[in-house]
Design a protein around this ligand. Structure first.
Ligand code: ZN
Length: 312
C-alpha cells in the first residue's frame, strides 16, 4: 500500500502579543490552552497550543508570538485561511458571539454546500467557521466559555494561494494520498483519509499575485497526520523520491516531525499522532505550567526569565 497522510495534525501561525493571542483563543474562541511551551529553535518565544480538551490531533492551532514582527503579506505560496468546523445549527450563536467580542465577520457564504463565515484574529490571521455535522474525534472542554454544543470541532481545511496548480496537485495526489474532490468558484479541493473534514486542502491559482511574506497573522506551516514513525519515514521517502528535500525526523517530544516545502512554497510538516500532550502533564492541568522538553530543563530559569508573563 502506498504511504499516505491522514488529514491535518495542526496548523502553526506567527502571532503578535502573546497575551492578546491567549485571550482571543481561550476567551473568544473557547479553545483550551493545552500546552504552554517555547519555540525550540528560538527559546525567547512561546509556543502556545490551542485545541479541544485533550489536544486531539486535528483540533490544534499553535502560535509563535513575535510581537515585534512585521505583519504577514498575503500572497502565493502561503496558507491564506484556516477554517474550523462548528456543528450544524451553531452559525447564529457564533455570529452573535463574535459580534459581542467586537470581531467583524463577513456575510455567510456557501462553500461546497456548507455554510461559512469568515473573520480575522487580532493579529490578522484569516479564520473561518464551517457548519458540518460529520463526526470526528473531539473531546469537549468543560472549562470553555463556549457551551459544548457550539464548541469548535477542529480544523476543517487549509486554503492555499498558489502561482500554479500542477506541481502542488501532483504532490498531494501522487505522493501524500489526496484525491481531487472538485472545483467551485475558482477553488480546487482535495481530500485525504476518507473524511471530508479536517483532511481538506483548497487551492486557488493566482498567476499574477506576488509571493507572500511571513509575519504576524501569517501561517508558518501546516502539519499532516501520520500514524507512527514507520509511516512518517515511508511518506518521507516518497517525498524525497520526487525531488523535494525533507528534514530528518525531529523529536518535538509530543510528536515526531519532518518538514519540507511543497513545490509552491508552503512549509509542510509530517507529525506523528503520538505520544501526545498528556505525556508530560496531568491531563487535568494541561497548559497551566511552562513545559520544556527534557533536554531544555537545565536552562529553565534562564528561559523563564526571557519570556513575558501570561495571565490565564
Ligand atoms: Zn508543527
Amino acid at each position: 500500500m502506498k504511504p499516505t497522510v491522514h488529514g491535518i495534525h495542526h496548523v502553526t501561525v506567527i502571532s503578535g502579543d502573546a497575551q492578546e493571542n491567549l485571550d482571543f483563543y481561550t476567551k473568544t474562541m473557547g479553545m483550551r490552552l493545552v500546552k504552554k511551551s517555547i519555540n525550540q529553535d528560538a527559546p525567547k518565544v512561546y509556543h502556545l497550543f490551542y485545541a479541544d480538551a485533550e489536544g486531539t490531533p486535528g483540533t490544534d492551532l499553535t502560535f509563535f508570538p513575535f510581537p515585534n514582527a512585521r505583519p504577514a503579506r498575503p500572497g502565493v505560496g502561503q496558507v491564506i485561511e484556516v477554517p474550523f468546523v462548528i456543528p450544524v445549527g451553531s452559525m447564529g450563536y457564533w455570529q452573535e458571539r463574535l459580534a459581542e467580542h467586537s470581531v467583524a465577520t463577513g456575510e455567510v457564504e456557501i462553500r461546497f454546500g456548507q455554510q461559512v463565515v469568515t473573520f480575522e484574529d487580532p493579529h490578522g490571521l484569516r479564520l473561518a467557521l464551517v457548519e458540518t455535522d460529520e463526526d470526528r474525534p473531539f473531546v469537549a472542554w468543560e472549562g470553555s466559555p463556549v457551551p459544548v454544543e457550539h464548541q469548535l470541532r477542529g480544523v476543517h481545511s487549509v486554503r492555499l494561494w498558489e502561482a500554479v496548480l500542477e506541481p502542488t496537485e501532483a504532490l498531494l495526489t501522487g505522493v501524500l494520498g489526496f484525491e481531487r474532490v472538485g472545483e467551485e468558484d475558482g477553488w480546487h479541493r482535495y481530500g485525504t483519509g476518507g473524511s471530508t473534514v479536517g483532511a481538506l486542502v483548497d487551492i486557488r491559482v493566482l498567476p499574477d499575485e506576488k509571493r507572500g511574506g511571513g509575519g504576524t497573522g501569517g501561517v508558518h506551516h501546516v502539519a499532516w497526520r501520520v500514524q507512527d514513525e514507520d509511516e512518517e519515514l515511508a511518506v518521507r521517502r516518497a517525498v524525497e523520491a520526487v525531488g523535494l528535500r525533507p528534514t530528518p525526523p525531529i523529536d518535538r517530544f509530543w510528536f515526531k516531525s519532518v518538514y519540507f516545502h511543497e513545490p509552491g512554497g508552503v512549509l509542510f510538516e509530517l507529525a506523528t499522532d503520538g505520544p501526545g500532550f498528556a505525556r508530560d502533564e496531568n491531563p487535568e492541568h494541561l497548559g497551566e505550567a511552562l513545559i520544556l522538553p527534557p533536554w531544555m530543563e537545565a536552562q529553565r530559569a534562564q528561559i523563564e526569565a526571557g519570556l513575558p508573563p501570561l495571565t490565564h
